[in-house]
Write a protein that binds this ligand. Structure first.
Ligand SMILES: O=P(O)(O)OC[C@H]1O[C@H](OP(=O)(O)OP(=O)(O)O)[C@H](O)[C@@H]1O
Ligand SMILES: NC(=O)CC[C@H](N)C(=O)O
Ligand code: SF4
Ligand SMILES: [Mg+2]
Length: 503
């Protein structure tokens, strides 16, 4: 627990964070840890705090994890030391538990039938309840993250059949979870009954299987995309091949809408749609909903705003141009662990191109305004570079409600749209005009109905009800008094939204 004690608490760090990248491979005869490294590298955008790989040699499991980016955590030596037949990996963006080494993943639990490694993307909403119960039974926890509850439950339930044990655990845990699980002889891919976080299955040319958060990681390792892991499903891979098990009934499909808008890489596929195409269409819808007659140029805020700006330019017939250059070496600002770091990140990240901006009426297209950290600095920067007008266009509706399923927006106070109207936000960011794409517009661009998505941060309808009287925060397991609040909460309704549950 040394790392935990040394962690410096940031003033605003009590809110859950974004998400994580997970990867799994079962391929005897292949360099599985090197392939996992490449897979994790492709998933680096999903989490930049720590990375780790666990490898099985058929008998035991070895683990290497460190704080930092994938390329900082692994080198030739550490990859070579991880020899085996199967592997799982993780890139972390903390949502429950500080960003410290003991909370890095994969986590390894020890059962009476051998070791089990777990890597988790998502966030549970009944962590404290389960952890209190396990502690009362004598379980000793080594981390302050929610994922260890899964590892501990699994280790207790495992009596030789990992699929049955996993099903038992799925019946207990609530919230968002996409998992890869490794035992000495099996690899599992698991998705919660709403399929909130993505997870897909692919196959290498030699017939071996890989599982990844996003299809872009399959492409990187040369695997063909087969399909998404279904909500409530366990995919089990071992020496007898692949087994598909509908472990618990699908509740309903509720994949995170923000994965389509921002989180997932544009070259990934979700619901069989390439996200670059979807985002371009969001830009087209935005141009129809919020035109900007008389503007001279449409500029994207790279990277995620780029396809949408192309779409906006196509429909509006306003020329597309590059107005800001993004440093190649900076990471996502939205997924930095503290507000101070996010502020610095935004300033380091962009430089304006005066040639595109000076004297022009500019349409600036970005994907989301979450806290507003990025947008107000950008608008100021464009005016300072000589823009005559700055019209901000956003390919998402205002983010008004917190996310408890693995995204960095648990504190409603941090969300600028929770406290201000669109006109007030326009004034705050100093834009000439401001237009958000409607939920209908987003859904038209994806070409699917609203019932296929979690969109709770936009409309307050949570697909998995949030327990009442519970403040789910990133640090809740590091502050014992907050944990007590989780015991015996009767109602499953949230206090946060006008209409909280979709039940
Ligand atoms: O309102 P805020 O809280 O400031 O966050 C919103 C910004 O954060 C993200 O960009 P980011 O730079 O993280 O990643 P990207 O390069 O993928 O666009 C997002 O694309 C917005 O630009
Ligand atoms: N962003 C995530 O998916 C994080 C997974 C897990 N909740 C953790 O904090 O480690
Ligand atoms: S609340 Fe928002 S960010 Fe969270 S899972 Fe739902 S759509 Fe995604
Ligand atoms: Mg951005």
């Amino acid at each position: 627990m040394d790392n935990f004690l040394k962690n410096e608490r940031c003033p605003d760090s009590d809110s859950p964070k974004e998400e994580c990248g997970i990867f799994g491979i079962y391929a005897p005869g292949e360099e599985v840890s090197r392939i996992a490294f490449f897979g994790l590298f492709a998933l680096q955008h999903r989490g930049q705090e720590s990375a780790g790989i666990a490898v099985s040699d058929g008998h035991s499991i070895r683990l290497h994890k460190e704080m930092g980016l994938v390329t900082q955590v692994f080198n030739e030596e550490s990859i070579r030391a991880l020899k085996g037949i199967s592997a799982i990996g993780h890139t972390r963006y903390s949502t429950t538990g500080s960003s410290v080494l003991c909370n890095a993943q994969p986590l390894v639990g020890f059962s009476s039938c051998g070791p089990i490694a777990v890597a988790h993307n998502g966030n549970l909403i009944n962590t404290s309840e389960l952890r209190n119960e396990l502690e009362a039974q004598g379980c000793i926890f080594e981390t302050t993250n929610d994922s260890e509850v899964i590892a501990q439950l699994l280790a207790r339930a495992y009596r030789g059949n990992i699929e049955t044990a996993m099903r038992d655990v799925m019946e207990r845990i609530k919230g968002a979870y996409s998992l890869v699980v490794l035992t000495p002889d099996k690899l599992l891919g698991v998705r919660d009954p709403c399929g909130i976080r993505p997870l897909c299955l692919g196959r290498l040319g030699n017939g071996h299987y890989v599982i990844a958060s996003e299809s872009c990681a399959l492409t990187t390792v040369g695997a063909n995309y087969l399909r998404e892991v279904e909500p409530g499903e366990i995919i089990s891979i071992g020496k007898n091949g692949l087994q598909e098990i509908q472990a618990i009934p699908m509740h309903r499909r509720a994949t995170c809408l923000l994965e389509f808008i921002y989180f997932a890489r544009p070259d990934s596929m979700l619901y069989n749609r390439t996200l670059h195409t979807v985002r371009r269409r969001m830009g087209q819808e935005l141009a129809r909903e919020h035109p900007c007659p008389g503007a001279h140029v449409v500029i994207p805020i790279p990277d995620t705003g780029t396809p949408a700006a192309l779409g906006y330019a196509e429909v509006s017939r306003i020329p597309y141009g590059e107005g800001v250059i993004k440093s190649r070496y900076i990471q996502r600002t939205f997924i930095q662990p503290s507000q101070r770091m996010r502020d610095m990140g935004a300033r380091m990240k962009y430089t304006p191109l005066k040639e595109t901006l000076a004297g022009r009426k500019v349409v600036m297209v970005d994907d989301t305004i979450v806290r507003g950290t990025t947008t107000d600095k950008l608008v100021r920067m464009l005016f300072e570079a000589g823009a005559a007008e700055v019209h901000v266009r956003i390919t998402a509706p205002p983010v008004k409600y917190p996310c408890f399923y693995g995204i960095d927006m648990a504190d409603q106070d941090e969300l600028v749209a929770a406290r201000h109207s669109v006109e007030e936000i326009r004034q705050l960011i100093g834009a000439t005009s401001l237009g958000y794409l409607s939920l209908q517009g987003v859904l038209r661009a994806i070409d699917m109905g609203r019932d296929n998505f979690c969109r709770a941060c936009f409309d307050g309808k949570y697909p998995v009800p949030i327990p009442q009287r519970v403040k789910l925060t990133k640090m809740m397991l590091e502050e014992p008094t907050k944990r007590l609040a989780h015991v015996g909460t009767g109602s499953e309704e949230s206090l946060l939204a006008p209409s909280d549950s979709e039940e």
